[in-house]
Structures are given as C-alpha cells and as structure tokens.
Design a protein around this ligand. Structure first.
Ligand code: NAD
Length: 384
C-alpha cells in the first residue's frame, strides 16, 4: 500500500500518472478541479488496487462520499470523475444540512473482476491513512458486503449492515425514497398534480436505486417505462411492477411526464437535450448535466430540472446518521422528507429569478460552504 498524501500529488503518483499520459500539474488546470483540498492516489501491488480519493472540502466536517468501482479507460478519466463527484458531494452534503464535507473515492477496474476481500481491505487501509478526513460508503460498483471488508481496515466507513429499525445499511433504497418524494414535488410544481396516478415516468437504470424507485412509483399508480443494459434488472422491474421495457437508446427521448436518469452521469448534454420530450427531469444519477450551461438549455426548453445532488441526498443522509451513531431508521426517513421541501424552495427561487434550478442550487450550496471557512480537521467521535 503506497498512499501518497498531504499534497495534491506525491512523487510516486506523479511518476505513475505521467507514464499513463497524465501530467500531474495539469490536474490544477482541469475543468473539474475546483480548489480541491486533497487528491491522493493509492496502489497495492499484492491486490492490484489502483484507487484515487479526492477531498473537495472539509469546511463543514469530514469529507463523506461513496466509493465507485469503474473500468476507466485512462487515469485522467478517473481523476476527472473523482474530482467532479467529490465536489458534488460537498454541494450535496451542504444543502442536505449535514455536518460533512465532500469527498469521493474511485477504484479503477471492472467491478466483477477486480473486487476481492483483500483488495477492499487494502482500500480500507488507504481510507484509514487519511485519519478520518474522508469517510467512505457505497457507490456504483460497491455493496454493503464490500463495505464490511473495508471496515476490517478502517472505522471511517458507513453503509454497513444495520440492525432492524436502526439507521444504516444499503443507501440505495433511501436515495430512491428521496427521489420519489422529489418527483412528487416536481410533478406538483410543474404539472399541478397532487399524486402520481397515471403520471408517465421513464426510468434509465433499474439498479440499486432505480429498482426501489420503480417500486415506489408503481405503488402510487405511475405508468413506468424502463431501460437497462442488464436484461435481468430490466426483467425484474417489468415482472414485479408492470413496467414497460424500452431500448436504452430510446429512453431519454420518450414522450413522458418525468424522465428519471438513474444510471450514470453526463446524460443531459448538447446532443440529448434537443431530443428530450419529458416535462420534468428528476432522477438519482450524479452529475446528470454534462456542463453547467446544459441547465439553461433545459430551462429554455421548458423542462423542469431537479438538481441531482439535491434530490438524490437520501443515501448520504442515511450514511451520515449511521456514521454519527445512535439514530433510528425513522429519523433517517424524517430527514429525507426535507428533500421535497428544499426542492420546492429551489424551484420557486428559480422561477422568481428566471434562472435554471441548478444555478440556484449551486449558489445556495456555495453560500453554505462559503460561510464556513476551512477548519483544521477534527475526526468525529465514533460510536463503538
Ligand atoms: P447501480 O450500478 O446499482 O445501477 C445502475 C444501473 O444502471 C445498472 O442496473 C446498470 O445496468 C444500468 N445502466 C448502466 N448504463 C446504462 C445505460 N446506458 N442505460 C440504461 N441503464 C444503464 O447504481 P445505483 O446505486 O442504482 O446508482 C445509480 C445512479 O445514482 C449513479 O449515478 C449513482 O452515482 C447515483 N446515486 C446513487 C446513490 C445510492 O445510494 N446508491 C446515491 C446518490 C446517487
């Protein structure tokens, strides 16, 4: 295990990055770099771990955010993703009113191929080397079982199995609950409808969040069209919730009330936005807008966009409660009820000021972060 810490890049990392075509000094100039406090690279020859942790901000507390396992084509791509995701976590945690800053980790590799208990434990040692400055949990490619392996090497992890009634466990269903409540708020705001009976929703991605979102939407009578690259995931939601299966290349352009992106980021861009026919875009995926100005394009097209890091905060709310200790699942659910209230506040301000909701949300998040100058890190007390 050779974590390089304390500066943006240590020398070992710099060598490795240069050999892969990434000039470390260029990271400062990357579009995704936003005065991040720390970017560290960890490798472990014995297990094949190649990981990056980015801490965007600890202004509000230790940086919290999940660990993504993904087969990035290049190191530069992984760096860009971890920078973008960690900044998103700062904004998400700030607007959710959590005493946590923003961070994220990525492990480079195909989830099914690289993940072993030993590699996850090595990743735990990497997390631990930051002394609590970063707290990890699940993201795309990682599970509750994976976090149990990480836990063997560090206390700075959440999203572990929870006793019945206690806060914790898989954040996916909690994220889905927040997205469902957010969709209801957006439908009321944009379409003036108080329930989801007959509301058409296209869901892109029926994974950890999408599956539970489909369940909640179907329970309330929504009409679901779902796409997933995994036939088994698709079949499950079709069979269990009566969803209609649609091809992955068609889901974004369906003529529906709500489009819920629940797969990966960057799906709202200069190519896709002109094709959209949904009235509302509200889903779980992080970083749905390829660029900030894509929010303005949605607004110009009359599409109401629910800023992703606001609507998808349910999982981190659960993770934060679990990490702080002593909370019940009922408290987590109560916290998640604040998501639609926050969204309506953003929608109303956006309408009043004739601005895209994502611009309003970014401004609100920056205000909250700006009001808290950086503090020397204080690891939080953990409940044994
Ligand atoms: P997941 O990996 O469990 O599910 C993603 C699903 O999307 C998979 O079933 C996958 O097959 C599918 N998919 C991938 N590419 C696709 C494509 N091109 N078209 C259609 N489907 C495709 O991940 P998840 O935990 O459900 O998270 C989904 C998104 O929500 C991610 O962007 C994640 O970062 C974000 N998010 C998740 C949480 C959480 O609590 N899990 C919290 C906040 C944000």
């Amino acid at each position: 295990m050779r974590p390089t810490t304390g500066s943006l890049l240590g020398s070992e990392t710099a060598d490795a990055a240069v050999s892969e075509g990434l000039n470390p000094m260029e990271i400062f100039d990357m579009r995704e770099f936003d005065d991040h406090e720390l970017v560290v690279f960890g490798s472990d020859a014995a297990t094949g771990l190649h990981a990056i942790i980015a801490v965007h901000s600890t202004a509000l507390g230790p940086a919290a955010g999940g660990c993504r396992v993904w087969p990035y084509a290049t190191t530069a791509e992984a760096v860009a993703d971890v920078l973008r995701l960690s900044r998103g976590m700062s904004y998400k945690n700030a607007l959710a009113g959590l005493a946590f800053g923003g961070g994220k980790a990525v492990i480079i590799g195909e989830s099914r191929k690289v993940k072993t208990p030993e590699l996850l434990e090595a990743f735990g040692r990497f997390v631990d080397s930051l002394g609590g400055r970063y707290v990890t949990a699940e993201d795309v490619g990682t599970t509750v079982a994976d976090m149990a392996h990480v836990r063997r090497a560090t206390r700075y992890v959440a999203g572990l199995g929870a006793a019945p009634g206690q806060a914790g466990g898989d954040p996916g269903p909690k994220t889905a609950l927040g997205v469902y409540l957010g969709i209801k708020a957006a439908v009321k705001f944009r379409l003036g409808k108080a329930d989801l009976e007959g509301v058409t929703v296209a869901v892109q991605g029926a994974g950890g969040v999408g599956y539970h979102l489909c369940r909640l939407l179907a329970c309330e009578g929504a009409d679901l069209a779902v796409a997933d690259v995994r036939p088994a995931a698709l079949q499950r939601v079709c069979e269990e919730f009566g969803a209609r299966s649609v091809p992955v290349e068609e889901v974004l352009a369906l003529d529906v009330d709500v489009l819920a992106p629940c797969a990966l980021g960057g799906v709202l861009n200069v190519r896709s936005i002109p094709q959209l026919r949904a009235r509302i875009v509200a889903g779980a995926a992080n970083n749905q807008l390829a660029q900030g100005q894509d929010g303005a394009a949605l607004q110009a097209a009359g599409i109401l966009f629910a800023p992703d890091y606001v609507i998808n905060a349910g999982g981190i709310i659960s993770v934060a409660r679990e990490y702080q200790g002593g909370a019940t699942e009922a408290q987590v659910t109560a916290d998640i009820q604040a998501i639609p209230i926050r969204l309506i506040e953003i929608f109303e301000r956006a309408r009043r000021e004739n601005r895209p909701p994502n611009a309003v949300a970014d401004e609100m998040a920056r205000e909250r972060l700006g009001h808290h100058p950086r503090q020397p890190h204080q690891p939080q007390k953990l409940v044994a």
